[in-house]
Design a protein around this ligand. Structure first.
Ligand code: HEM
Length: 226
């Protein structure tokens, strides 16, 4: 199939299975499997978050009716959280190698301020920048902390008092960190960095976006020298 005559729907079909591929003015960034997994993470995260809010404080007690009442909220929360953990494990399977430390990470960290103000042209940043890697590993270890503490809280009679106390603290600290993290993540991948969100919907980004945000990845994918 010639690249010049490829239509949007043909590109969408291609983006289901292949990534890191340049076609006309676009680059396929995430396969359908990665995108689906990401959205499952997001759906289970928000279901866990909203049921968690109801359990956490009476301020959100009104939300309980959405899930079928207070006792139902307590029953559903750990199952939603289990869905979140499984989806995260799939995300880990896709991204663990790609989120390893690389040379360009230092360049990104040193230029973080100018970069987010669109003032600094980076040269050596690969497919994921250092900030995305930090976020990925924070989410991964946060999910482990949620799971470990959540199991203790799910079966309180099985575990000793001191472990239950530690687990409540760990669960709540992780919860606060995730709330801050997700606000930042959604802001960065939508308003702050226009052109990023489509990577998780259509699977593609424009060449201009790739060249600016991930220049080394852009060169690797397109074969261009600059
Ligand atoms: C519903 C709100 C969300 C939006 C709009 C969103 C958006 C995005 C976008 C556009 C990307 C791709 C960035 C790129 O290709 O460079 C991405 C990546 C990612 N997302 Fe989300 N996401 C959301 C929810 C979540 C949740 C709930 C989690 C986990 C708690 C999460 C974890 C990640 C991770 C680890 C990455 C890869 C690293 C990164 O790009 O920061 N996302 N997200």
């Amino acid at each position: 199939m010639s690249q010049e005559v490829m239509t949007q729907s043909q590109l969408a079909t291609l983006a289901r299975e292949k990534e890191d591929l340049a076609v006309d003015g676009l680059i396929v960034r995430h396969t359908a499997a990665v995108r689906l997994t990401h959205w499952l993470v997001a759906i289970f995260f928000f279901l866990s978050l909203f049921t968690g809010f109801v359990i956490f404080t009476p301020f959100f007690a009104g939300w309980a009716s959405v899930f079928g009442g207070g006792p139902m909220v307590r029953t559903l929360h750990p199952w939603f959280a289990l869905g979140f953990t499984i989806a995260i494990l799939y995300l880990y399977r896709y991204w663990k190698m790609k989120m390893k430390k690389e040379a360009g990470d230092e360049e990104w960290k040193d230029n973080f301020g100018p970069y987010i103000r669109y003032e600094s042209e980076l040269q050596n940043v690969g497919k994921y920048n250092a900030g995305q890697k930090i976020y990925f590993w924070a989410v991964f270890w946060g999910a482990i902390a949620f799971l470990a503490s959540g199991i203790v809280m799910w079966f309180p009679t099985v575990f000793p008092y001191f472990l239950r106390t530690i687990s409540y603290w760990l669960h709540e600290i992780t919860f606060v960190a995730f709330v801050i993290g997700i606000i930042y993540h959604i802001y960065m991948s939508t308003t702050a960095m226009p052109g990023t969100f489509r990577a998780m919907t259509r699977g593609t980004v424009t060449k201009d976006w790739a060249k600016w945000h991930h220049p080394r990845w852009y060169r690797e994918v397109t074969g261009e020298k600059k």
